[in-house]
Ligand binder design. Structure first.
Ligand code: TXA
Ligand code: MG
Length: 322
């Protein structure tokens, strides 16, 4: 199958209506989308990505009114969050209606829903009469794609079309929130900062789940990982064995001493965590494809999107691989 890249919404729509998976842009990362109500189409997502069936998919819709078609109810706090942050990098777990196939939720009774903030994809969703199930458009466990070219590099010949909406503006996946006894809990740190959520609904628990926890089965410990070894350098002066020529660095706003500058990537020279998040996955990819033999990442400030960056680096790091 030849994979085309373009910005033709009608072409994307046609493939999706025929039950084919299509690469789509969002503000976080590119998704691999299919008709969420069509099990055969959803199965193709799992097989293209090589994704285990116990890892559920996020369902993307056009508006808050649409959400009501697929869930039993929207709790008041969830509604508040959707009103405040959608379209945007927010995913909420809500009790599903039967209409959503068990395959999409891996048998769980909640479905993850989000309204992505990208003009092309919102227009596409508006024109479709079904919602789109879409995980990130990377082979399972690898770095998420933030450009159409990243998707092409890994999924070419496996999908017919990639809708090209340029580089994503947020760069890390959506923040996932669920409710337990009406109390909101963050299960995945992401593109919507905890501080922003707390400004709206007050103090919120963060419970980052891993493969052993059935709440968000996809939060495997090792994920978002490059092929090369990646280590996190925790402190300014920490002694780490570094080969000046063979080590690649992912840093925030200043270069590390003693390592070739050309092997170092600053995620934001002006020290902006949002800009750093936007550049994170492309930096991991480019070092993975370069001549360096290992990658060192600095620890980012633990605030705003720095929390999501540190989470992704930790999951990508070699210490987390088994
Ligand atoms: O920003 C994003 O959320 C991107 C774009 C494409 O929208 N999507 C994304 O999907 O990151 P994915 O499949 O890579 O991660 C989805 C994660 C699952 O691994 C799981 O942890 C959680 O969302 N999830 C999905 N459905 C769930 C459910 N019903 N219950 C609990 N967790 C769920
Ligand atoms: Mg993913």
């Amino acid at each position: 199958m030849k994979t085309e890249i373009g910005n033709d919404i009608t072409a994307a729509k046609q493939f999706l209506e025929n039950g084919e998976p299509v690469g789509i842009p969002t503000e976080t990362v590119y998704g691999l989308a299919a008709n969420a109500l069509n099990e055969d189409a959803v199965l193709k997502i799992f097989s293209v990505k090589n994704r285990p069936h116990f890892d559920p998919l996020i369902v993307h819709v056009f508006s808050i009114a649409e959400i009501k078609k697929y869930v039993q109810e929207i709790p008041a706090k969830a509604k508040l969050l959707f009103e405040k942050f959608s379209p945007g990098p927010l995913t909420v777990l809500l009790k599903k209606k039967k209409l959503i196939p068990d395959l999409v939720t891996s048998g769980l009774d909640s479905v993850a829903i989000r309204i992505p903030n990208h003009t092309l994809t919102l227009e596409l969703l508006k024109q479709l009469d079904f919602p789109l199930a879409a995980p990130s458009a990377n082979p399972f466990g690898y770095i998420s794609p933030t450009t159409a070219q990243h998707v092409f590099a890994q999924l070419q010949n496996k999908i017919p079309y990639i809708l090209d909406g340029g580089a994503t503006s947020v760069g890390v996946e959506s923040t996932i929130i669920g409710f337990e006894n009406n109390e909101p809990i963050v299960y995945r740190l992401g593109g919507l900062a905890i501080e922003e959520i707390e400004n709206v609904i007050g103090k919120i628990h963060v419970e980052l789940t891993e493969s052993s926890n059935p709440k968000t089965p996809g939060m495997l410990k090792s994920h978002y990982a490059p092929i090369k070894n990646l280590k996190i350098r925790k402190f300014e002066n920490s002694e780490m064995e570094i080969h000046p020529m063979k080590t690649g660095v992912i840093a925030f706003d200043k270069y590390l001493d003693g390592i070739e500058k050309q092997n170092q990537i600053l995620l934001s020279a002006k020290g902006d965590l949002n800009e750093a998040a936007k550049n994170l996955f492309a930096a991991m990819r480019s070092l993975d494809e370069s001549d360096v033999e290992e990658i060192i990442a600095v620890k980012f400030p633990d605030e705003g999107l720095g929390k999501a960056i540190n989470d992704r680096l930790k999951r990508a790091s070699t210490d987390n691989r088994h």
